[in-house]
Design a protein around this ligand. Structure first.
Ligand code: NAD
Length: 254
């Protein structure tokens, strides 16, 4: 296995929000970063430029993770160029909230297709390259919505619950081959996805602050490293304590 600095990562949803922070963090470690974006070419190019300006190596690819042919072309491109893929971060995601009774099948399908099927397609595509190396890291970006869902999050929470189940199944299947598969479940993070919510919340700092993309990128970089070799099939919650806070409040005697 090469030194950590020569490793090759694919990060989906690398053009905005949590994705660029993960790309920058991996790039800072010397990992060669291939970021995938759905349609924001300029934003993806800026992330590449930032990583290069900091002395790293990065490349942007347009690829919709919900389209099998695009996923396979992306992974083939990276393997042709680098000869290997060591790290996959399934970060691309969408949210379309509606109550169950009002959720159209097309909405449900769109969310499941990107958040869950996309991670399945990406993982399936990179596993042969990871098996060749007998070393790999797959990190799935889930959500606290699995454990603390809000009304209206049926498709989103179901997609992330499925993603956590996929994480454990994959860990059981490839663990003996040197591949570690884990998930990170962020709480509320200040990104474009949640812009309307944090703009309305008025909470800017203190213990109850919104998380930042950089609150997520460090744990992803750790899970992508050799040091995380003994962590397998887990979901790590990174939510500033909201989950335990909610439980504590629920048990408080009146
Ligand atoms: P964001 O909307 O700011 O960015 C999402 C990224 O995914 C974008 O780069 C977008 O282009 C990409 N993407 C969307 N559909 C795609 C597709 N079909 N193919 C390829 N790329 C696609 O969102 P974010 O807040 O940065 O979220 C990143 C991940 O973190 C998501 O999986 C999200 O569910 C998860 N998450 C976010 C929060 C939060 O509070 N922001 C909380 C928990 C989990």
């Amino acid at each position: 296995m090469e030194a950590a600095a020569d490793r090759v990562a694919i990060v989906t949803g690398g053009s905005r929000g949590i994705g660029p922070a993960i790309c920058r963090r991996l790039g800072k470690n010397g990992t060669i970063v291939h970021l995938a974006y759905a349609n924001a070419q300029d934003a993806a190019a800026s992330v590449v430029a930032e990583i290069e300006a900091a002395g790293g190596r990065a490349f942007a690819h347009r690829a919709d993770v919900s389209v099998e042919a695009e996923v396979e072309a992306l992974v083939d491109d990276v393997v042709d160029k680098e000869g290997a893929v060591h790290i996959l971060v399934n970060n691309a995601g969408i949210i379309e909230d509606a109550l169950v009774a009002l959720t159209r099948l097309a909405q449900w399908d769109r969310v499941l297709r990107v958040n869950l099927t996309g991670a399945f397609l990406m993982s399936r595509a990179v596993i042969p390259a990871m098996l060749d190396e007998r070393w790999g890291r797959i990190i799935n970006i889930s959500s606290n919505s699995v454990r603390m869902p809000a009304a209206g999050q049926c498709a989103y929470a179901a997609s992330k619950g499925g993603l956590e189940a996929l994480t454990r199944v994959l860990a059981a299947e490839v663990g003996r081959k040197g591949i570690r598969v884990n998930a990170v479940a962020p709480g509320r993070i200040k990104t474009d996805m949640t812009a309307a919510l944090w703009a309305a919340s008025g909470v800017e700092d203190g213990e109850n602050r919104w998380g930042l993309p950089e609150d997520i990128s460090g744990i992803v970089a750790f899970l992508a490293s050799d040091e995380a070799d003994y962590i397998q099939g887990q979901t790590i919650t990174v939510d500033g304590g909201r989950l335990v806070g909610r439980q504590r409040a629920a048990r408080r005697p009146s």
